[in-house]
Structure formats: structure tokens, C-alpha cells
Design a protein around this ligand. Structure first.
Ligand SMILES: [Zn+2]
Length: 468
């Protein structure tokens, strides 16, 4: 008898499209790696799980989440672990806050971060020059970020500066993600068209495609089709969309009026006046839901309880409206290109600290409806985002891969067990993972280590490639 394995996952239905595997197999793990996958593995292990009747997939990679002090705080790690996620990309930063929260609240996930370019925070103005952008990028990389986030929907830069930022990231082989919108185009289907143009053939992650298809300019279904034709015409652009009906914005009212343009839009869509009283009525009626922290997770709460929480914070708390119409949401997840690849590369959530970590719950609903195959689900929820992040050892279950595994109950559409780097994260309903690691580039390794976190290093130039 050889050395016992650290872990044996027995008799689960393995779904691993990268290795062409879909069937009942055992998986053996030593340390943080998969060391064998076979119909039957003989030998002993320190821990075994009988996964008969369960689906075993490579760990879920959510390439759009929020794990910053501004959005969800430390709760996001726990919420992601509960949702079966093992790797995530924070889509705003600030990188210092993301590193600090990961060190304090980590549940064993691997987390990457793109740092925002926000006027008066990380950059002087909304029209920064090339040198300012280069400096902001160098600073972000040195602190551990893998690149930049352009927050056009919230803090739009000029179109020129936006194009420069995308070009600067390409020049360094860094990651760049864009919530479409500039000072010349809104965060809508017109902003998405402009974003495609501004990328000028450089690699780009265009965020939450569904959010440009809310019926602001055309009919929502027509906007969905327009978005698909833009992605087909710009194959260098990587993208994700999410399935939740809810957005996540600020509920703050200043001088009696909602501060966020999206809050005004949300109130008007529900037939409420865009005033502090209109907001109170919308929360009371459950049209607007307050993002309320309770027992270590954030939940959507309306009615009297939501209203009391919103008032207790002097209105300065996150809220969510049903902003995303269903038809484009469903279409963007299932649509394919002429060559058979998915039109939108990944299924993400824009969740983390925002309570919509629904890759499993809503994604498997599409599998249940036969709108998405189980292999397609695994491609969009793990393989593609892993490839886009340059993580060659994630997104599949081959020998030598990182031992990142999510186990699903298909009937209940729930994750029931997960491992990341051989460490247990989720067991039943209990989050048991601790610590974790930051995905960073060689430039950021020292800063991340100094903060007490492990690192997983990706090489510049390996990210934002077309996933096969
Ligand atoms: Zn986001």
C-alpha cells in the first residue's frame, strides 16, 4: 500500500468538459492538487466523501463580485463560500481594502482584484493624461491588483481617457474591466457600443452585459440582440452576464432626492416619485429592497424591517430594485456564436457582498429547463472564467489541477460541498474554510505577502484570452 491520499471523492458524477469527462468517477487529492481521476481508485485517504447522486464540477469561478469595504464588507467571503464559489474577481477594489478584508474574513477562496480608476480617489480627474493612467496602473499592480476597473456607470471618464486606460493595460499585459459608460455615452446599449469601439482591438472584460439591456433606449429584447451582435463583431472582448433580476445601488437621498440616477430610474419604473417619500413607499411595498447585514451575510429586506434599517442609516445603505427584465437575461446566458462558442463567455453574479450569488440556484434552473446543458453550465461557471483569468490549473479536474471542486445537488439546485486548494470551504450548510489567497501578478506579490495572505501568481499577458 502506498501513502494514503489526503482526500477521496467517491462515486460522484464528474462534469469536466475541458477533459471530455462526464460520468461516474473517483477523484484523489494530495495536498492542494488532484492526483488521480478514475472510475475506481483503490487505496485509503484521510478523508472520504461518498458523492453518489451528486454532480462534481471544477470549483466555481465568479468573475464579477464585490469584496470591498464599500460593498458588502467582510460578509462577501462567507456569502461566496455558501454559494459554492471557490475563486472570484473583485470588480472595483480599492485593492488595499480587498486585501485587508481577505486577510481578516477569508473563507479559503482565491480572490483577484481590479482596482478602480475613480476621479479624486485613484486618479486626479475624469480626464487624466496617459502618464497619470500609467502611474495609477503601476500603483494598482504594486499593491496586488491584476489590473484596472473602469467604473463608467458610476464615475465615467472621458472617452479618450477610457481608451487610453484600455491601451495602457494591454501594453503591460494587465487585466482591464469596464462597466460601460463615459462622459459621452451612458451606461446602456449605446455605452456598450461605444465601449466596443474604444477597446480598439485590445483585450477587454466588458462587465455585466445584461445591465445594458434594460430597455432604456430600445425595447429590452432588441437591446439583448444588439448586445449579441456587438460581441460577435468584437471577438477580442471577453464578457459575463448575470441572472438575478436585482441591481445593487445606493439608497442615499440628499436634500430629499435619491442621489443615484439608477435609484431615480428604479423608482419611476415602479410608479413611485423620485423623492425621499417615494423611496420610503417603495421600500415599504417591497419594490426597493434594503441590503441588510444579518448574522454575517447580507440579505434583501423590504417592508417595515427594511424601512427601519434604511432610516436608521440616514438612507445611506445599499438597495436593490428589480431592474433587469427577464428575456435578455436568459438569452445572454444561452446564446451561441456562429462557431458554437457561447456569445457571452461566463455566467457571473455581480454578487459577493451584494446578495445575488446565484450561479448555482439560477444557473441550474436553466439546466433544469434544458436551456443550458450541464457541460455548458460548467463551461460558463468555471472553465471559461478560469481561462480568462489566466488560471490554467483551475476550471478543470485533470491530474495536476488545483484541488478546487464544487459538489452540487441538482434537484435542490444547491452546492453541498466545496474544496479549494485541497481545503474544505463548504460542508453542507456550514462554511468551514479559513484564510485564502490573492491572485496577483509578480509585481504585487511582496505587498500581498506583507499583508499576511498567500499568493497565486498569474503572468502578465496570459489573461483575457479567448476561452476554448
Ligand atoms: Zn459590479
Amino acid at each position: 500500500m502506498g501513502e494514503p491520499y489526503d482526500l477521496l471523492l467517491r462515486s460522484g458524477t464528474i462534469v469536466d468538459p475541458a477533459n471530455g469527462l462526464h460520468g461516474v468517477h473517483d477523484i484523489a487529492i494530495r495536498g492542494d492538487k488532484i492526483v488521480d481521476v478514475a472510475p475506481t481508485i483503490y487505496g485509503a485517504a484521510r478523508r472520504e466523501h461518498d458523492l453518489t447522486g451528486r454532480v462534481v464540477m471544477p470549483g466555481i469561478v465568479d468573475m464579477h463580485v464585490h469584496l470591498s469595504p464599500f460593498l458588502g464588507g467582510g460578509c462577501g467571503h462567507r456569502m461566496l463560500a455558501m454559494a459554492g464559489v471557490t475563486t472570484a474577481l473583485d470588480m472595483a477594489g480599492p485593492i488595499e481594502g480587498v486585501v485587508d478584508l481577505a486577510a481578516r474574513y477569508g473563507c479559503g477562496l482565491s480572490v483577484a482584484c481590479v482596482n478602480y480608476l475613480r476621479p479624486e480617489h485613484t486618479i486626479a480627474s475624469a480626464a487624466p493624461g496617459r502618464d497619470d493612467i500609467d502611474d495609477a496602473l503601476s500603483h494598482a499592480l504594486s499593491l496586488g491588483a491584476i489590473g484596472l476597473k473602469l467604473l463608467g456607470g458610476h464615475y465615467p471618464l472621458t472617452a479618450e481617457a477610457t481608451a487610453h486606460a484600455i491601451e495602457a493595460a494591454a501594453g503591460r499585459g494587465a487585466y482591464v474591466a469596464f462597466h460601460a459608460g463615459t462622459q459621452s455615452a451612458g451606461s446602456n446599449i449605446e455605452g456598450m457600443r461605444e465601449a466596443c469601439e474604444l477597446s480598439a482591438g485590445h483585450p477587454l472584460h466588458l462587465a455585466h452585459i445584461n445591465s445594458y439591456c434594460r430597455g432604456q433606449i430600445l425595447d429590452a429584447v432588441a437591446e439583448g440582440e444588439k448586445a449579441l451582435s456587438l460581441l460577435a463583431a468584437h471577438p477580442h472582448i471577453r464578457s459575463e452576464s448575470y441572472l438575478a433580476p436585482f441591481n445593487g445601488i445606493s439608497g442615499e437621498c440628499i436634500d430629499g432626492i435619491p442621489g443615484s440616477r439608477l435609484a431615480v430610474f428604479g423608482l419611476e419604473r415602479g410608479g413611485y416619485p423620485a423623492t425621499v417619500d417615494g423611496m420610503a413607499d417603495a421600500i415599504r411595498a417591497g419594490w426597493a429592497l434594503v441590503n441588510l447585514e444579518c448574522e454575517g451575510v447580507v440579505e434583501l429586506v423590504g417592508g417595515a424591517e427594511g424601512l427601519a434599517a434604511w432610516r436608521a442609516c440616514g438612507s445611506n445603505i445599499g438597495i436593490s430594485f428589480r431592474a433587469n427584465p427577464p428575456e435578455p437575461r436568459l438569452r445572454l446566458v444561452t446564446a451561441t456564436r456562429a462557431d458554437g462558442r457561447y456569445a457571452v463567455d461566463a455566467l457571473a453574479t455581480d454578487g459577493g457582498g451584494i446578495p445575488r450569488n446565484d450561479i448555482v440556484s439560477r444557473g441550474l434552473a436553466l439546466v433544469h429547463l434544458d436551456a443550458l446543458s450541464l457541460d455548458g453550465f460548467v463551461r460558463k461557471a468555471s472553465l471559461h472564467p478560469a481561462r480568462i483569468l489566466g488560471l490554467t490549473h483551475k476550471g478543470h479536474l485533470g491530474i495536476g489541477a488545483d484541488a478546487d471542486i464544487t459538489v452540487l445537488d441538482l434537484e435542490l439546485r444547491r452546492p453541498v460541498l466545496s474544496y479549494a486548494h485541497g481545503q474544505r470551504l463548504l460542508d453542507g450548510e456550514d462554511v468551514v474554510g479559513r484564510g485564502g489567497r490573492l491572485i496577483t501578478t509578480p509585481t504585487g506579490e511582496a505587498a500581498v505577502r506583507a499583508a499576511g495572505l498567500d499568493t497565486l501568481v498569474v503572468q502578465p499577458g496570459t489573461m483575457l484570452k479567448t476561452p476554448q
